[in-house]
Design a protein around this ligand. Sequence first.
Ligand SMILES: [Cu+2]
Length: 489
Amino acid sequence: MQRSSRRQFLASAAATGMLGAVPSLLGPSRSAWAAPATTVRAGTRVIEVKGRPATVFGLTQPDGSHGLTAQAGQRLRVNLENRLEEETLIHWHGLTPPWQQDGVPGLSQPPLAPGGSYDYDFALARPGTNWMHSHHGLQEQRLMAAPLIVRDPAEAGEDLQEVVVLFHDFTFRDPDEILAGLQGAGHSAMAGMPAPGMDTSGGHGGMDHSAMGHGTMAAAAAHLHDVDYDAFLANDRTLDDPEVFRVERGGRVRLRLINGATATNFWLDLDSLEGRLVAVDGMPVAPVTARRFEFAIAQRLDIVLELPQSEGAWPIFAVREGERARTGFVLATRDATIGKVSAEAGEPAAPVGLALESRLRAAAPLPPRSADRRHSLTITEASGYVWMLNGAAHGAHTPLEVREGERVEITFTDQSTMAHPMHLHGHHFQVVAINGRRFAGALRDTVLVPSGGSVTVAFDAANPGKWALHCHHLYHMAAGMMTTVDYHA
Ligand SMILES: [Cu+2]
């Protein structure tokens, strides 16, 4: 893009209300989805964070709306335009397209050159709260991420207000410098801790495995964060100026929540309200009622609220694990007074683990069947900020062998000092064991594997292609933590 046209784009972005106060992330509902294709522009936007302007990326339709809404049973037809001065490529997280349209550079298709465009066209098999984000470099850190909501036509008549919120961890720093700092300084957050395994070839070097198999975290060695942030965002806003969704007294609300953070696990905190968790990663679960929900990187939570029959304002928070820092938004009736909400919780949030995961049960589990094939993936780290699966960084990895039609199980065993949100593309897996204890857990696409723990997932190999399987912590993925599942029809 020419510099002048970029300036015009920013000016028009400002004119259409994209500076700071976006009333809603999603445009009007698109009942006439069939034709023509929707244009989505990968471009830049200016948002305001803590009183400072910040140029970030965005995935914006020509009418200014950020993100997409579609209908299950129809086709996703998108013309993706690259309006940046660098390459990009967008992954439809939670959808199961043909693998050539999955948006992973170098695996599904080449990255999209500046000024170029790609047409995507595939069937939307199921409804769900999903998202789309860059899978190129570290662009996701600069907010190349937006909601991708697939509505269920069967729910169209329901008296249920939809509230869509994408959470993010924000930094004014250059993500490339953050990664270089992590690689150059070793694990700065781990100073004073026992050295992790130094054996880059095997994955059994030097780690103390004493916590394995006991269902406990490797608490002494585990750490929660390796990147510091300037702010945490909910639909681009902080709690200094949160988005306010107007709701009806006694109304029913479906929260569609997306953890779009690159390196932050949150606790979703309903504060004074109780909510019914009805889906994770867009896939229905037997409802779980609670006030607080573990919410790992890249996961989604669909929570139904029955609001009180009174005027009121109800803040909803996402608290960074291990810290008091939080972001959020507010539900408020028309005449309610909205007070100031602190960006700090009263006390630090606990680490995010698998307490919720172990309670989840898929509403429609996989048919019972013994595994035709079992893979194990051991997670290790090496000095210089190298993160590996089975002792190999991406590029040196061996693709996991699978044949079409098989029931496949993968056991992730985490021998590193951090938890890792593991994401499989092109499929939904069922969580079937935690630390060796079997159960018929949730169907989803991203599961957290805690330090010192193990998680087994099962899936049916019904979507042949070349699929990424990786840690969704952006810097871990960039530092090697990705392998592939590759099979043919
Ligand atoms: Cu990771």
